[in-house]
Design a protein around this ligand. Structure first.
Ligand code: SF4
Ligand code: SF4
Ligand code: SF4
Ligand code: FES
Length: 929
């Protein structure tokens, strides 16, 4: 955990099951077929010199430093490009090889600035190391000849520098951008002496297609591509493995540290979710943790119009506890509640719901998953029997047909998108259902076979028409259905989808998708081999979000695409720990592990463990809390790490509800929008400042490790514990691991999980129990969690949100790569260089009809409210549909979204708002932050 250097075996691991034995320098070695001689040597501790090879990339064979001698083979083959063969006898060191290697190094060094002592790579420069390894002592060529020593630096990227004077043209960066990231932003331009690395069409890095993932920086063996933080701070002296706190991919990183100072984040090669890759957020957008906006002292105020007053922790906690008890005495036990955070750890989330249930004495606890993936929980539980995705990410490498519905992985889940793109470049087929032309549809070496460009709000109509084709054309996997699914429910579903009104031809008028495209996509998904569905908020944030999730599960079961690698139903979870916050019992009706509070056996188990009676009735959901607040019945709310005043729909309504409460407690890093309505502010901790676990979209539980102290002095779980003790309900955890032990003892799917076990295995995918001690990468293998898979009829019901003459356009919303959700973190980093404001994307036809050009201010009016954004005219949109992100509070995107919601879970219908837009001359009041 404390080492800085990761071992690099030079070429990728071979997954072949066949073994090959050979001899290297007289030592016997046994490796998988397809392994390179270089890797085979490294596996027994023989390090062959190398420069252009790295484990992350396919061998290239350009530097000629790794030459070896093989008995019976002519010349000197490169060990990185030579695969092992049975009985091979390899020599890695002799005089001839040493001379060749020295000659190669001499050429490199004669065109390289020898400023090693002041170079940021000093100490981990592979060129410097190799010069030492090959024993280079003199340069016969000197520096008099032509060289590149005066080549100009490119400092345009906010996070890394490109200094071409140090480039050895090994092409590792180019290959990293192609093979690992899949962006193809870099090329080697020119030939021979003139060859050089170029970004896009010789643009600066910032202006090029580069998405700043940092893969090239990591791959560069010299200081040509270097993190600016490393240049400024110097080499780290220890590193600690932890987990990214941005998105649901859950990338593993080594935080490289100098004492308490973070030098850089380096993706962990052993990370099971990311295999050494990252995106611009996790690797670089970390500056928010030390931003001067961080609030480090508790604060209280009597009224929200009063100025804040800094107080001691003791005063803040005593005051909060007294207020909650006063309010409960005055207005009743159910007049208070809490909101858990998908940004916080499992242990912190668990503790907040425990505080609400055991110390407040009610079930008024909810979480932001309410506004994103609650339909996933409902839909998958009712069909498959478990509320989570079915696969691990690596499963995509065995998919033959990838079906992406309502998700934009290259922006929302970038590291998984890179893996998916790798599989697509290998030949897997792609179907995308999205109202917008997302990047994935056409990107270097990838072209979707079908883009089902549906109208927002018609998902269920589309999934029914896909199912119709599968049933009507005899593409059902009858054997799978007969063996694995409930017959009665299947027969009912089959009869329903076979009805003529569900045919693609009939539904075309509703969805806007040509029937031939739907038929083609259905045939491909059903017959193209392993079919894997990945979906996002474009599925869930609708009035029929839960219906659509069930429709997806129906489709996967009907075609037998579930229960093995390469297939499955995979929600791409948004926030880092949204899976975990749901698992931990954040919903008002469920204890940890998705067990209903009305179940006597489970409730008694918690009552016994927690030592208090617990309510058997579900508590209030977030929207119900707001309603109750406006009715004067709900008066106090403890909010851990959520900005509901920005992220929830119909903001005027939310603001009114918060304004009606007597004690709003915000526990966060910054004074966010919700804090404007708060009476108590408790300074929380960032992921770098605490121990705990996050659970990613694959159900993978990974450790988050403390690398520095929290400026406020407490991890979030410690604050919850302080509050609970002050309320008279004792909690005495000394470390987050003790909370996980309690979770494991009360939650069957977590039974085998502990910090020690996660440490041993690197990460664990739940369920982890006696039956699955190593965890469960793929679910529903022999049978569904609920036994037989259940088909549910998914009647299409149009949303209440209709376009008409007054509101003729549909607004839909999404995310962008460089910003994150409400932007509280990313807006406080250099990521603003890519996206400094939310914009309204619209089709050229809609723009022309209204005299709007890119850059104009446009007023957007909906039935809920109005705001102003700058326009971006774009062919990505279809006529009649406009789009925006919601990363900046000033944009007021949620001022205009309505309070329509999913029928089953109340998840807001963010994706469909009828609007009209007009060109205006200035921003609105919402745009002034
Ligand atoms: S940072 Fe990533 S996208 Fe940009 S050039 Fe490097 S590898 Fe390519
Ligand atoms: S920038 Fe680095 S990785 Fe790229 S070619 Fe030059 S030395 Fe190699
Ligand atoms: S893909 Fe997600 S988890 Fe990975 S580095 Fe980016 S934001 Fe972090
Ligand atoms: S490391 Fe093998 S040719 Fe460069």
């Amino acid at each position: 955990m404390l080492s800085i250097i990761e071992h690099d075996f030079g070429t990728p691991l071979s997954k072949s099951g066949k073994r090959v034995s050979l001899e290297i320098d007289g030592f016997s070695v046994d490796v998988a077929e397809g392994t390179s001689v270089m890797r085979a040597a490294a596996s027994i501790g023989i390090a062959i010199p190398k420069l252009c090879a790295t484990e992350m990339l396919d061998a290239f064979g350009s530097c000629r430093l790794c030459l070896v001698q093989v008995e019976g083979m002519k010349g000197y083959p490169a060990s990185c490009t030579t695969p092992v063969a049975a009985g091979m006898k390899v020599t890695t060191q002799n005089k001839k090889l040493a001379d060749v290697r020295r000659g190669v190094m001499e050429l490199y060094i004669s065109d390289h600035p020898l400023d090693c002592l002041t170079c940021p790579a000093n100490g981990h420069c592979e060129l410097q190391n190799m010069a030492g390894v090959v024993g280079l002592r003199e340069l016969r060529y000197g520096y008099a000849g032509e060289n590149h020593l005066d080549a100009k630096k490119d400092e345009s990227n906010p996070y890394f520098t490109f200094d071409p004077s140090k480039c050895i043209v090994c092409s590792r960066c180019v290959r990293a951008c192609d093979e690992v990231q899949g962006t193809f932003a870099l090329t080697i331009e020119g030939r021979g002496f003139d060859s050089k690395v170029a970004a896009s069409q010789n643009d600066s890095f910032l202006d090029s297609e580069c998405v700043s993932c940092g893969a090239c920086v990591q791959a560069c063996p010299t200081a040509t591509l270097s993190e600016k933080s490393l240049i400024a701070k110097g080499q780290a002296e220890h590193s600690i493995t932890t987990t990214c706190a941005y998105c649901g991919v859950g990338c593993s990183f080594r935080a490289e540290m100098k004492g308490q100072e973070l030098v850089r984040m380096v993706p962990n090669m052993d990370g099971h979710a990311n295999h050494g890759h990252s995106c611009v957020k996790g690797r670089f957008a970390i500056g928010y943790t030390t931003h001067t906006d961080r609030i480090t002292k508790p604060m209280i105020r009597a009224r929200i119009s009063d100025p804040w007053r800094e107080v001691s922790w003791q005063e803040a906690i005593t005051h909060t506890a007294a207020e909650f008890r006063r309010i409960q005495q005055q207005y009743g036990r159910d007049s208070v509640g809490g909101i858990t955070s998908s940004r916080c750890t499992n242990e912190e989330t668990y503790l907040v719901q425990k505080l609400v249930r055991a110390a407040f004495g009610n079930n008024n606890v909810d979480t932001c998953a309410r506004v994103c993936h609650s339909p996933t929980g409902y839909g998958l539980k009712n069909t498959l029997g478990e509320s989570a995705g079915t696969q691990d990410f690596d499963s995509v490498m065995l998919a033959d047909v990838i079906f992406v519905i309502g998700a934009n992985p290259t922006d929302g889940h970038p590291v998984f998108a890179s893996q998916m793109k790798r599989r697509l470049r290998q030949g897997a087929k792609l179907i995308v259902a999205d109202p917008r032309r997302i990047d994935l549809i056409r990107t270097p070496h990838i072209q979707a076979q079908h883009h089902l460009q549906l109208r927002p709000g018609t998902n269920v109509a589309l999934i029914n028409s896909l199912a119709h084709v599968i049933v009507a054309e005899g593409l059902v996997n009858e054997a799978f259905v007969a063996q694995r699914c409930e017959k009665e429910s299947f027969d009912k579903w089959r009869a329903f989808v076979a009805e003529l009104h569900n045919s693609p031809e009939e539904m075309e008028a509703v969805t806007g998708v040509p029937a031939a495209e739907v038929r083609g996509a259905a045939r491909l998904y059903a017959t193209g081999g392993n079919g894997a569905i990945y979906y996002g908020l474009g599925v869930t944030e609708h009035s029929q979000g839960s219906t659509m999730v069930m429709g997806i599960a129906n489709l996967a079961m009907a075609t037998g695409n579930i229960g093995r690698e390469g297939v499955g139903v995979n929600p791409l979870r948004g926030q880092n720990n949204v899976q975990g916050s749901c698992d931990m019992g954040s919903f008002p009706h469920e204890f940890p592990g998705y067990r209903h509070v009305s179940g006597n056996e489970v409730r008694h188990q918690f009552e016994q463990a927690w030592g208090v009676p617990l309510q058997s009735e579900p508590g209030l959901r977030i929207p119900n809390m707001f309603e109750a607040a406006l009715d004067g019945e709900f008066k106090a709310l403890y909010i851990e790490g959520e900005d509901i005043a920005q992220s929830d729909p119909n903001i005027q309504h939310v603001h009114a509800a918060l304004g009606a409460m007597e004690c709003v407690v915000v526990q966060d890093l910054f004074l966010n929008e919700t804090a404007k309505f708060a009476h108590v502010f408790l300074p929380g901790s960032s992921f770098l400042e605490k121990d705990g676990t996050f659970t990613n979209a694959e159900r993978r539980i990974s450790l988050v490790r403390k690398v520095m102290d929290a400026p406020g002095g407490h991890a979030d779980w410690e604050i919850t514990q302080l509050l609970s003790n002050a309320l008279g309900y004792p909690m005495h955890y000394k470390h987050a691991s003790e909370i996980m032990d309690e979770i494991a003892s009360l939650t069957p799917t977590f039974e085998g999980v502990s910090f020690v076990r996660i440490n041993e295995l690197g990460s664990i995918q739940w369920p982890c129990n006696a039956e699955h001690p190593q965890g469960t990468p793929v679910m529903h293998v022999d049978e569904f969690v609920r036994g037989k898979g259940r088909f549910l009829v998914t009647e299409y019901v149009p949303t209440r949100e209709r376009v008409n003459d007054k509101y003729p356009l549909i607004l839909t919303t999404g995310r962008i790569l460089s910003q994150y959700n409400v932007g509280a973190q990313t807006r406080r980093t250099e990521n603003n260089a890519w996206h400094a404001e939310d914009r309204l994307e619209l089709h050229p036809q809609d723009a022309e009809d209204r005299g709007i050009r890119t850059g104009d201010w446009v007023g957007i009016q909906s039935r809920a409210g109005e705001t102003v954004l700058r326009a971006l005219v774009s062919e990505r949109m279809q006529p009649g549909v406009v789009y925006t992100t919601f990363h900046f509070p000033g944009s007021g995107a949620n001022v205009i979204t309505t309070d329509n919601s999913d029928w089953a879970t109340n998840c807001p219908e963010y994706k469909v708002t009828a609007v009209e837009i007009t060109r205006v001359s200035q921003p609105s009041e919402w745009n002034v932050v």
